[in-house]
Ligand binder design. Structure first.
Ligand code: ADP
Ligand code: AMP
Length: 217
């Protein structure tokens, strides 16, 4: 049986951090549209050029582009399930995901709503850095790498900060979240898929709260 999980929450809520744990613990495949778009940017594809400016401003990329990226990953995959991290972000994307999964005779099984207040988000985003090689997520205060400038997970020295992790862009990203993404909370509640967790808790505690929901599946 496949298991499909959506991680829903504002920028900096901890979606990527928890997704990586689920990959390790359950062998699921992480599908982060943010990572896919950043990859397209750095490899200089036409699509990457189109989306770069939009991403830097903190706005949402078009539904057509992100749904296209997800479709490519789902078609022909034999993964035991997916963790959707940062997708869907609009009602249109949510409908499109439902249709794509239906075509594969699969479902969205659970939507984890990561609840975090805005003050915490600013702190999290301003201290975030990631490994450019393996994607490990760090934070200046709450999770610094053991050796400065070196990734604990893979030893790479390619530790980076994101171009859009600044206060100006974060404001727009939060507005986009409240205007376009937060309606998905009601959408999945009505479908009886929603499982809220306290995203302000420690990484281990959030993982434990998620486990309660996943073990019921
Ligand atoms: P998202 O993918 O939702 O944007 P991330 O997983 O990248 O969020 O986390 C944002 C920042 O917050 C990172 O620097 C990460 O290390 C930190 N972080 C994630 N979860 C927690 C947590 N439960 N407590 C404290 N800091 C966290
Ligand atoms: P993230 O890595 O999830 O924080 O996403 C970084 C940026 O990529 C966002 O601010 C958007 O510009 C873009 N993006 C990522 N996922 C989506 C999506 N599902 N829909 C639209 N834009 C997206």
């Amino acid at each position: 049986m496949t298991v499909n999980i959506i991680l829903l929450g504002p920028p900096g809520a901890g979606k990527g951090t928890q997704a990586r744990r689920l990959v390790e613990e359950r062998g699921l495949v992480q599908l982060s549209t943010g990572d896919m778009l950043r990859e397209a940017r750095s490899s200089g594809t036409e699509m990457g050029k189109v989306v770069a400016e939009v991403m830097d401003k903190g706005q949402l990329v078009t539904d057509e582009i992100v749904v296209g990226l997800i479709r490519e990953k789902l078609e022909g995959s034999d993964a035991p399930g997916f963790i959707f991290d940062g997708f869907p972000r609009t009602l249109k994307q949510a409908d499109a995901l439902g249709e794509l999964l239906e075509g594969l005779k699969q479902n969205v099984d659970v939507v984890i709503e990561m609840q975090v207040d805005d003050t915490a988000l600013v702190e999290r985003i301003s201290g975030r850095y990631t490994c450019g090689n393996c994607g490990e997520v760090y934070h200046d205060k709450t999770k610094p790498s053991a050796e400065e400038g070196v990734c604990d997970a893979c030893g790479s020295t390619d530790l980076r900060r994101r171009a859009d992790d600044n206060e100006e862009s974060l404001k727009t990203r939060l507005l986009e979240y409240y205007k376009k993404t937060s309606p998905l909370i009601g959408y999945y509640y009505a479908k009886e898929k929603l499982h809220p967790v306290n995203g302000l808790a420690s990484v281990d505690e959030v993982a434990a709260q998620m486990k309660t929901a996943l073990d019921k599946l």
